[in-house]
Design a protein around this ligand. Structure first.
Ligand code: GLU
Length: 277
């Protein structure tokens, strides 16, 4: 059974880009006689607001979308993310990183060069080889730390190519090293987008992950995490990202006009759909 999902964060009102993404996932499920689900990506607690959560459901219903219950809310499932971190830790693939952003920047400018990943310069590996005693000492002294994935070690452990398929872009072999040693958890959040997304998609039995092409590179890393955590491997379909008149990606923090404001200015749902084809 085909199952797709739309996974907004309740940090603002939905805009045309969200309508496009939600409609895309909805239609893929409809066309295959499958199910369409919602997930609220509220793992990073600082910017979420309950009123945006309510608005997401109201706007989606106004757009004429229907979805399966229950809606998964990340903040109610921290135990799932912790359990996954424990599994990766037991495999010896995580290490505590005590670097501040400033220290990482300084290290990169001292080195004079920095390999670039899809999200910026790669972590230079400062904390990768600290001895257990050193790690314990720093932790015991109360230094805050993040948990990073030792990506080379993880690839060695897997020891084979990891293929994945995108229905719009074709076949890939995972290149998770693109991102370097990513952060999978911070002190205040026991999970990152990359970790939560693979667990949630597995627990929601998603068979086709649809989302913007801006997240296509992240799939390389997700494929590795799925292998390490022995999760089922879905298919993907990355779609175009709706941009504003100047070609910039719509973002909640910009002044992207929300579905709500179109609605309040008299637009019908049909007119919104026509604007995002
Ligand atoms: N919350 C993510 C976003 O808004 C969803 C990413 C995904 O679908 O995997 O871009």
């Amino acid at each position: 059974m085909m199952r797709t999902r739309f996974a907004p964060s309740p940090t603002g009102l939905l805009h045309l880009g969200h309508a496009y993404a939600a409609g895309f996932a909805y239609r893929e499920a409809q066309a295959a006689g499958g199910e369409f689900l919602i997930r609220l990506e509220d793992i990073d607690g600082t910017r979420n607001r309950p009123e945006f959560e309510t608005a997401i459901f109201e706007d989606m219903a106004w757009l004429g979308l229907t979805w399966q219950q229950p809606v998964r809310k990340q903040s109610e499932h921290f135990d799932d993310y912790r359990a996954a971190l424990d599994q990766l830790q037991a495999l010896g693939l995580l290490y505590p990183c005590f670097c501040t952003r400033k220290e990482i920047q300084a290290e990169i400018s001292n080195a004079g060069h920095a390999p670039q990943g899809p999200d910026g310069p790669l972590y230079p590996g400062t904390c990768r080889h600290r001895s257990p005693a050193e790690q314990q000492g720093k932790i015991a002294s109360g230094q805050p730390y993040a948990l990073r994935l030792d990506v080379d070690k993880a690839r060695q452990l897997v020891g084979k190519d990891l293929p994945w398929h995108d229905r719009a872009h074709g076949d890939f072999i995972a290149q998770p090293q693109l991102f370097g040693d990513v952060v999978l958890a911070r002190k205040e959040t026991p999970g990152s987008y990359h970790l939560a997304v693979v667990i949630d998609d597995a627990l929601q039995h998603i068979t086709l992950v649809t989302r913007g092409e801006d997240l296509l590179p992240a799939t390389h890393l997700h494929r590795l995490l799925q292998e390490l955590l022995k999760l089922p491997v879905p298919e993907w379909k990355h779609h175009r990202v709706i941009t504003d008149d100047e070609g910039k990606r719509l973002a909640k923090r910009d002044d992207a006009r929300s579905i709500r404001s179109f609605r309040e200015s008299g637009w019908t749902a049909e007119r919104v759909w026509a604007a995002v084809v």
